[in-house]
Ligand binder design. Sequence first.
Ligand code: HEM
Length: 306
Amino acid sequence: MLPYFPFGQRFNDKMGTVPLLESDRLIEVDGHYQTEIALKKELLAELQDYYFQMLPGHETAQWEVLELVLQNLARFHPDQFTLRQEGNHWHWANHLLNEEATFTIGDSGTLPNAPLDWVGRQVQEDLVLLTGPESTLIGGQLCFGNGWCLDEKVGLPFWQIHAPIVPIVSPMIQAAQKLMERLPVGRPVWRMNWSVKITDQLDMTSRQTPALDQLIADLIPTLTPETIGNQLYLRLERQTLTRLPTSGAILFGIHTYQNILAAEIAARPDAATRLLQVFSTTPPAMLDYKGMTPFMRPLLTYLKSA
Ligand code: HEM
């Protein structure tokens, strides 16, 4: 079952951000940890510069992310991760991966990869950094992007990153822009995003788009109200936004969760009703943007009878 179910009585055109409390995890670890970290490492080994990019001059922000993430993991998952800090000399033990590392904060020569690239391999989340008055994307490690990639967006301000969807949800993106400008240190927020997919392939970065489009074209004729529940997947993103104290950059963390639609409906008595309410009130342009238009008819018929 998905750990979140962000479907209410209708499509929500608000940002949906809420405070991430001191007691909330910044980073989440679940049963898919090992497979997802292995997949990240495979992707990075195959195409390092595609999945990790950083504009020059942002070392401080990268180290801040590393510190924040490791401290958070050690605090919330003490059985899985151990952190020993002696001044700038840190010792990290990842018991899930059976890995240890000793390094000096601020000294990139003590790690095998750039700090953000290294710490991204310790977590299931994608980690992305934005900075400056327009919240410009300065880089990140993005292995499980949903329909986008760093090549397309690094160097762009927040507003332009969202340009492909702006006409549909312009007020929401304007509000989000303001939130980015004003996000205070020590007051992180989080939100959920959702989509429905034809596969549970985690890496949906842009280089996968042609193959995914072909898969949809091949599968569309096979989708019927009777079978569609086992052919589609709910794909959720738990997104966090955290202002880093020294660099002033914003860390955007994205944890992707997925489950087969029929399994989710079997696990939650009200799931079909809630999904039906949301999907049938989502603006058609948004359904189109999310790539759901080709299967809406059998999907709604299925949800009505589920
Ligand atoms: C409160 C903050 C944010 C809000 C309300 C927001 C909202 C949205 C919405 C509504 C979409 C359309 C996708 C969908 O709903 O399925 C979207 C897409 C996207 N968002 Fe955000 N977003 C936020 C933060 C960010 C940040 C910090 C980044 C940084 C990289 C980002 C990057 C993207 C990208 C790359 C897309 C896909 C755009 C494309 O089609 O090219 N978002 N966002």
